[in-house]
Design a protein around this ligand. Structure first.
Ligand code: ZN
Length: 535
């Protein structure tokens, strides 16, 4: 005699669908099946809110008790996953436990009925295809990911589309070639930025020249096979598009991948990856933008040159001028005098009424002074470089080695200090002045401190060795600086490349601070000393 029961389970945790897997639906489903197949249901067991990954469920336990007492000999479920989701446990239940107790199991949606002869153990795998699929997907996803990571590590391009300015090499789809047309636009954008144009201004220039946006360009190039090309819907350049181009280091020939990552194969959510974990490989493709230009542009972007939008001509010194008293930015303003427009700078603190004084200076005279100072200093630099080149002994000594020496001495002293403190600490403990716990705490903090100091010292010593072996002819910024030796008119890109800031004390006291200031000064100093010796 058949003593059938229905077993129902629902768990949001397991990803069950609230509607189709609801207890109510399961009941309708099972009762309907039982009716049609003449299986009288004498009991119903409900585990609402219990996961299928284990069998610790109250109604399931009751069901097993009832089975042992002979009250039930047939279980009907909507599908096998209602009974459980743990593949191994389920296998044991279906192939050993239930058959040994003479219990018939019916899983309607899986077309499984243990009474059917052909339902051998191997076939219970089928209902679990989802679980197996799951494992399979996970495995495949890991495999694919590691293959892609390998390519990324080698600097092989794995994107579906090449970066604007490049095309995929037809002979090697993991390699990029320059697309002359788009590369010209990238170059133009970088040049405009170097000339001091604001990003907004670059956008209007690009529109003015009727240059198609990267997206538009892609569409035009793909016109052959893309019949859905819509004409007339011209995309517009936006500041964020320009900004993305200006910040993309790929244009310097360095392959950068892995900036974003899917969390895993199941969750489609994309997350940003910390720059320290990006895959970066230099010189994997031809550069559109030289590295120095790229770096200068990053500086410009960082300075956030705020030019008023109506200004066609951008100030050469925008973002560089500081007040000599309060250290704040000097702002540029215009005034009309006798029908002519003049530009001047004054202190932003004064302007906002928070103190300081105006420090007013005309732009023309400021630029004139700065240009003169640059010419003078570059002449010194050029002379000094020549002197150093002609020095017989250790001509390389100049580049900051003295500065490093100072740091190294200081770090060695600190290391000694903490080492002796540690020794003393141990004595303090043995003499009972501090407890063992206190000793451990303090000792740990000393150890940490010492580790950091030693790492810093090693880094500095390495730097020093590098510098000692460096030839002055190979110091990149010196050659860059000397290119501008004979400038007559100060251009924006020159100012950005050479200057850290311009400090205005008053109309006649203007201080020009060069980039690489410490090394610059060191070179002048050494050359001067060398001259005194030979004189
Ligand atoms: Zn001020």
């Amino acid at each position: 005699m058949i003593k059938a029961c229905g077993y129902f389970r629902l768990s949001r945790e397991d990803g069950d669908r609230a509607e189709s897997d609801s207890i109510k639906n399961q009941k309708i489903f099972v009762r309907d099946y039982a009716n049609k197949n003449n299986l009288p249901i004498i009991e119903e067991y409900i585990d609402d809110g219990f996961t299928g990954t284990n069998f610790n469920r109250p109604s399931f336990t009751r069901l097993m008790d009832d089975i042992h007492q002979g009250k039930i000999n047939c279980i009907i479920v909507k599908d096998l996953s209602r009974l459980g989701r743990n593949y191994i446990e389920m296998g044991r239940l279906i192939s050993n436990i239930l058959p040994s107790l003479g219990i018939r199991l019916i899983a309607i949606n899986d077309n499984y009925d243990s009474i059917d002869e052909e339902n051998t153990v191997s076939q219970i795998i089928v209902p679990f295809k989802n679980l197996i699929n799951d494992a399979y997907c996970r495995d495949m996803s890991l495999k694919v990911r590691s293959q892609l990571d390998m390519k990324r590590r080698k600097g092989k391009f794995i994107g579906s589309f090449a970066l604007y300015g490049y095309i995929k090499d037809p002979k090697d789809r993991n390699h990029l070639l320059i697309d002359e047309t788009a590369a010209g636009v990238v170059e133009l954008i970088f040049n405009l930025k170097m000339d001091g144009f604001s990003t907004g201004h670059i956008v209007s220039k690009l529109s003015e020249y009727e240059i198609p946006t990267p997206l538009e360009y892609k569409r035009i190039c793909g016109m052959n096979y893309n019949s859905g090309f819509r004409s007339g819907s011209k995309g517009k350049w936006s500041p964020s598009t320009v900004d993305r181009i200006l910040r993309n280091e790929m244009y310097t020939g360095t392959m950068i991948q892995g900036k974003r990552r899917k969390i895993n194969y199941k969750i489609k959510h994309i997350m940003n990856v910390d720059p320290s974990e990006w895959y970066k490989v230099e010189n994997t493709h031809d550069a559109i933008v030289p590295k120095e230009i790229f770096e200068t542009v990053q500086r410009i972007l960082f300075m956030d040159t705020r030019t008023s939008p109506d200004n066609e001509n951008v100030s050469v010194l925008a973002g560089l001028v500081k007040c000599g008293d309060c250290g704040q930015n000097m702002v540029r303003r215009s005034a009309v005098k006798n029908g002519k427009k003049y530009y001047y700078y004054h202190c932003s603190t004064y302007k906002s009424g928070k103190g300081c004084s105006s420090h007013l200076i005309s732009e023309t005279s400021l630029v004139r002074s700065v240009t003169k100072t640059i010419r003078l200093n570059l002449a010194f630099l050029s002379d000094s470089a020549n002197v150093i080149r002609s020095m017989k002994e250790r001509p390389y000594d100049v580049i900051g080695v003295n500065l490093l020496d100072k740091q190294i001495t200081e770090q060695k002293r600190e290391i000694e200090k903490y080492s002796s403190l540690k020794a003393k600490l141990y004595l303090d403990m043995t003499e009972g002045l501090i407890t063992r716990d206190e000793f451990t705490d303090i000792n740990n903090s000393f150890t940490l401190k010492l580790d950091r100091l030693k790492a810093a010292l090693t880094a500095n010593e390495k730097k020093k060795t590098e510098k000692l072996s460096l030839n002055i002819n190979e110091v990149p910024w010196i050659n860059e600086f000397l290119e501008y030796k004979n400038i007559q008119k100060l251009e924006r890109r020159v100012a950005i490349s050479l200057l850290e800031k311009v400090i205005v004390h008053d109309k006649t006291h203007i201080e020009v601070e060069f980039r690489h200031k410490e090394e610059f000064e060191e070179i002048l100093k050494i050359a001067l000393a060398a001259k005194e010796v030979t004189a």
